[in-house]
Write a protein that binds this ligand. Structure first.
Ligand code: MG
Ligand code: ZN
Length: 383
């Protein structure tokens, strides 16, 4: 009997040891996770004075990964110390569109696809631009689409349908925006109601150009500036858009940073999404590289300034894009492929650098980006 029991005892002892080790290990891991993501604490000593939010429309992780393989320069995405993941579903659909996606960033709500700055019952919800303008912070928006397209529009309009472009343009004229640059001039000067919104913008204190960004290095700034540089969307990179996005970002930073109260700037790489819809890898990648370069402009300024938080994210992924191997399965050849000509439901990355950037680690809803930005602006203002 004795020798029969021995192996049993040894097994019990062994299991006992392994049980007593595992829970300890688990506890250590879960404690760390809880501290760093669920209850974010402001670790940085510096205040957040300015926030630059760069949105790559349709930019999932494969799009970002393309910068590793197709960008001759070192990717600016690799400069970020903090990475998070954003869940993008809207109130109406598992797969969001850009209107509901941008409204989540601008107003902190989940709404229906197609909605801009309004709730699911079409009631207007305040935008971060409206809220921070009241405490003296300057605001700007830049886009490679038309300035009345869904992503930029969500920051200044309350419109139940994203396609109401002329109505959206009218709302820009009376908005709190201090700087804007993008395409879409036809919605301002070739309208059904025959109103000339360019002169109305000028009456409201804007200096407007429909030709180009200023070419001289030291332009004389009026209080507010508007650049409408294409009839509708800006040209593609592949069709010679040049450095519009990075240059407009430099100009906006130069202008808005003169406000001692701080500024908020939204910069959109709009056509990363359009490359995905077209299932055109060259289009997508050229737009991604242009966006990457623009991120560098924001990060360089933030590094010198020390009080600027830079956030880079997307509203959703477009194209079900992936970097697969070629048809013969050669792992040394990358063939970009698309699984849809629409959007997808995958989470999108969030990159953050600067004071309080640690708050952007973790997995969270897209609306949290608004919550965090607003809290940081108001926290700073109360101190
Ligand atoms: Mg967009
Ligand atoms: Zn899209």
């Amino acid at each position: 009997m004795n020798f029969l029991h021995k192996p049993f005892l040894i097994i019990v002892l062994f299991i006992g040891i392994s049980f007593s080790c595992n829970p300890q290990k688990d506890i250590t891991v879960s404690t760390t996770t809880t501290t760093s993501t669920s209850t974010p604490k402001v670790i940085s000593t510096k205040k957040v004075k300015n926030i630059i939010l760069l949105i790559g429309d349709g930019m999932g992780l494969s799009q970002v990964s393309a910068s590793q393989f197709y960008n001759k320069n070192k990717s600016n995405f690799e400069r970020f110390p903090v990475i998070g993941l954003s869940k993008t579903s809207s109130a109406s659909d598992l797969i969001t569109d850009s209107a509901a996606g941008a409204t989540a960033f601008a107003s902190g709500i989940k709404t229906y696809n197609g909605a801009l700055g309004v709730n699911t019952d079409t009631t207007a919800v305040k935008t971060i631009v409206e809220e921070i303008s009241k405490i003296g912070i300057s605001t700007g928006i830049i886009s490679t689409s038309s300035i009345v397209h869904a992503t930029p529009a969500a920051f200044y309009t309350h419109t139940k349908k994203r396609s109401m472009y002329e109505d959206i343009a009218l709302q820009l004229v009376s908005s709190d925006i201090d700087f804007f640059a993008g395409g879409g001039v036809k919605f301002f000067n070739d309208r059904k109601d025959k109103r000339d919104l360019i002169s109305e913008l000028e009456k409201n204190g804007f200096s407007v150009s429909t030709e180009s960004l200023p070419t001289n290095t030291k332009p004389i700034f009026s209080n507010k500036q508007g650049y409408l540089l294409a009839p509708n969307g800006m040209p593609k990179m592949l069709e010679g858009r040049g450095d519009f996005l990075s240059e407009a970002t430099k100009l906006a930073i130069e202008s808005l940073s003169s406000n001692e109260q701080g500024f908020f700037l939204m910069v959109e790489g709009s056509q990363i999404d359009w490359g995905g819809h077209d299932k055109d890898a060259d289009y997508l990648i050229s737009e991604l590289i242009d966006f990457d370069k623009t991120i560098g402009v924001a990060l360089d300024f933030a590094k010198l300034d020390g009080e600027t938080l830079v956030i880079v994210t997307a509203d959703h992924e477009t194209g079900g894009f992936t970097l697969a191997s070629d048809e013969r399965g050669d792992y040394n050849k990358i063939k970009p492929v698309f699984s849809t000509d629409g959007h997808s439901a995958t989470m999108v990355p969030v990159f953050a650098d600067g004071p309080s950037s640690e708050e952007f680690g973790g997995v969270y809803e897209n609306t949290s980006i608004y919550d965090k930005m607003k809290a940081l602006f108001f926290e700073n203002n109360n101190q």
